[in-house]
Design a protein around this ligand. Structure first.
Ligand code: SAH
Length: 249
């Protein structure tokens, strides 16, 4: 059932009432998988009150210390934001986002991230996202209440699940999709090699890793392709080792 693979992740929520209201919004739309990353105050009676008949979702919610933990097994991540950022992430409308999530959910867990009430999602959190979704709103007052934003996206997902047959998009892939955790290890490896070859200056990394993450997110690697990339990086490192030895001899 694809809907059960769609994970709603509230990142660092501060108001427990919003957590309860988000759970209710989800259950109304047949979504059940709620993850809370470092909630400021939880569990809480306020969350229970606002959840009304969705207390079961709160009871089953997964609490994580870090976003990495919440996204470990996800191969597709969407972020929601009211703000335009300096370096733009590829954007989707809520309905397009819903269709992509349903497609992705056929292959494994996927996540939709919501930011903290005050700050929204930080750029480092958006770095984990394949796409960013904005709900169209008044240009001078575009920031919705957190639970209201959850409601709108949950409704789009529910609607799409009713009318959209779920075209399987993985035809071009030879291997299984890459999980969030594996992608993070790849980026760590890539960064290490870029530093070793002198392409990335650790003292002045600029936005290079963010731009590269955007590139690889757009490409949507499968597991075989990831192994090729890791193999290339490892052979660069081995050859660098040999070069060092040759210059020392
Ligand atoms: N000041 C923050 C707003 C945070 S509102 C900012 O400018 O980003 C809390 C969360 O609700 C946001 O992080 C986002 O997940 C969601 N949200 C609020 N308004 C939204 C909108 N117009 N489109 C998409 N998500 C929105």
């Amino acid at each position: 059932m694809p809907l059960s693979n769609i994970r709603i992740v509230l990142v660092r929520p501060t108001h427990p009432g919003n957590i309860g209201a988000a759970a209710r919004a989800m259950k109304n739309m047949s979504l059940r998988s709620l993850y809370l990353v470092a909630p400021e105050s939880y569990p809480s009676p306020q969350a229970m009150d606002r959840a009304a008949g969705a207390i079961d979702l709160l009871r089953d919610a997964v609490i994580c210390d870090t976003l990495d933990m919440a996204l470990k097994d996800c191969h597709l991540v969407m972020g929601t934001t009211a703000r335009q950022r300096r370096i733009e992430w590829p954007g989707l409308e809520p309905d397009g986002c819903a269709r992509r999530l349903l497609d992705g959910a056929l292959e494994g867990p996927v996540a939709l991230l919501f930011g903290q009430e005050r700050t929204g999602l930080l750029n480092t959190e958006l770095d984990r996202c394949h796409f960013v979704v904005t709900i169209a709103a008044d240009k001078d007052f575009s920031s919705l209440n957190l639970a209201c934003a959850v409601q709108i996206l949950a409704y789009e997902i529910y609607r799409a699940s009713q009318v959209y047959p779920g075209a399987h998009v993985s035809d071009f892939r030879d291997g299984r999709p890459v999980k969030g955790e594996e992608m993070q290890l790849f980026y760590r490896h890539l960064r290490a090699v870029l530093e070793q070859v002198g392409f990335l200056d650790p003292g002045n990394p600029r936005l290079l890793m963010r731009r590269l993450a955007r590139l690889f997110n757009r490409a949507g690697l499968d597991h075989n392709e990831l192994n090729i990339m890791r193999g290339i990086l490892t052979s660069v490192q081995q050859n660098l080792g040999n070069l060092d030895k040759n210059t020392q001899e």
